[in-house]
Write a protein that binds this ligand. Structure first.
Ligand code: EPZ
Length: 417
């Protein structure tokens, strides 16, 4: 996994940067598009590696796709039906391929998706996904690393999620949309991407209510029809650039955001002393000299997002004092700590908790991106560090951030690829 980024640190960032469409909405909406025969057009799909891999998986299933002149993505599902089994080679590159489970069960009453490989941030089990589709009548067997599911007589059901899993909520919602009868899903994820999926499915003729709250109710319908839909902006990319302004002591206007989606991030950033202001053009963030230490607990939305945890750890390395960060969503999401320590950070990890002693400055070093958000955190640390940092395996970063080096350069960062 090559691709290397070289960043010369010490330059405060100034200017404005435009956020792309949300990766975690785009991926699930691309999958959901196969539930309707005919063409679906999606606007604001970010051109990132994960989207390119998902396009290959869609094509392998029989969907034809095309990037249009206006930047939108067309997806065409043939009326004759699709293959129901994702290819292992492709699916293992993308955890989100597990979302074909609900979409294929909804449309074709059968699905075979490869059990997602272990991921750097934890085991990523599928037990809640399986519990949910079984409640709607699917019979499931696990063989040769695949989940085989078949619903001979699917019918609406009721399921309570032990944990508000984003993927499980999405899979069950998609299957329920085309399963006869009423389904009730409780203790669901409330992330903005869940609401975007429900809005998209409803625009195709589904009858889903309650997305964004703890309970989602679905009245199954016969079929869905394709249409055109614009994906929400990426709140995690926005948060990453907000921290870039704070950590470099610069001033950046982050454009194309939905402020309510950013409230957990804005609130925490303000606690560190950064100036965060909502304007009609976007969120304006101004960094300050003395970063205050803060404590963070990651939680499902609307709590502080786990996908922003590594980025905040990078910022808190330079705070005046010690901060405590507790990761409650994934069991192993502090890999970035070892890399930050190579840059002079002082962090102690005990289980789900990291204690960060702020230092006066970080030094550029050779580091490695272990996953997407850890890579983003290393970029942030490098932007503030003295000297140059070489980030290896930067391909992880390109999986989820569209044109990140151009966007960084446009606000004054010294980045080479
Ligand atoms: C989605 O992953 C996102 N990915 C992740 O973003 C994000 O970190 C995560 O939600 C939490 O917000 C996409 O949307 C493509 P979960 P997902 O199911 O659905 C446990 C990024 O950086 N769990 O909400 O896989 C699981 O082990 C990525 O953009 C079960 O125990 O997350 C984890 O500890 C990283 N059983 C916790 O729930 C299950 O059946 C949260 O997982 C399912 C999940």
């Amino acid at each position: 996994m090559k691709d290397t980024l070289i960043i010369e640190g010490g330059y405060p960032l100034y200017g404005q940067v435009r956020v792309s469409g949300a990766k975690n909405a785009g991926l699930v909406l691309m999958v959901a598009s196969i539930m309707a025969e005919g063409e679906t057009i999606l606007d604001n799909v970010p051109r990132i590696r994960d989207v390119e891999v998902l396009i290959k998986i869609l094509e392998d299933l029989g969907v034809s796709t095309r990037w249009n002149e206006d930047g939108s993505l067309s997806l065409y599902s043939p009326s004759g039906g699709l293959r129901s089994k994702t290819s292992y080679e492709l699916a293992k590159q993308l955890r989100a391929s597990n979302l074909f489970l609900g979409a294929l069960l909804g449309r074709q009453k059968e699905a075979a998706v490869s059990l997602p490989g272990g991921c750097d941030i934890g085991s990523r089990p599928m037990d809640l996904h399986i519990k949910g589709i079984q409640a709607l009548g699917a019979e499931v067997s696990l063989e040769h690393g695949f989940i085989y599911a078949r619903a001979k007589s699917p019918r609406g059901g009721r399921v309570y999620l032990d944990f508000p899993s984003v993927g499980a909520t999405e899979n069950i919602m998609m299957m329920a949309a085309l399963t006869p009868g009423q389904s009730i899903i409780e203790n669901v994820a409330k992330e903005p991407e869940i609401v975007d999926l429900a809005n998209f499915l409803n625009s195709m003729g589904a009858r889903i209510r309650g997305a964004g709250t703890d309970i989602i109710k679905v009245e199954g319908v016969e079929s869905l029809r394709g249409g055109r839909y614009a994906i929400i902006p990426d709140r995690i990319e926005a948060g990453t650039f907000m921290i870039a302004a704070a950590i470099t002591g610069g001033e950046v206007l982050v454009e194309n955001v939905i402020p309510t989606h950013l409230h957990p991030i804005s609130a925490k950033l303000q606690e560190t002393g950064a100036l965060v202001r909502e304007t009609d053009k976007g969120i304006l963030v101004k960094g300050i000299e003395n970063i205050a230490p803060v404590d963070i607990k990651t939680l499902p939305y609307p709590g502080f997002p786990t996908d922003m945890q590594s980025q905040m750890v990078a910022l808190l390395c330079l705070a005046r004092g010690s901060s405590v960060v507790v990761e409650n969503v994934f069991e192993n999401r502090f890999q970035v700590v070892d890399e930050l320590k190579r840059m002079g950070a002082r962090i102690k990890v005990e289980g789900h908790t990291a204690v960060i002693e702020g230092v006066n400055g970080l030094l550029g070093a050779r580091v490695k991106a272990t996953d997407l958000r850890a890579g983003a955190a290393l970029i942030l640390a490098a932007l503030a560090a003295h000297g140059s940092t070489v980030i290896e395996e930067a391909v992880h970063i390109f999986r989820g951030y569209e044109n990140i080096e151009d966007k960084l350069r446009s606000i004054g960062a010294h980045v080479l690829r």
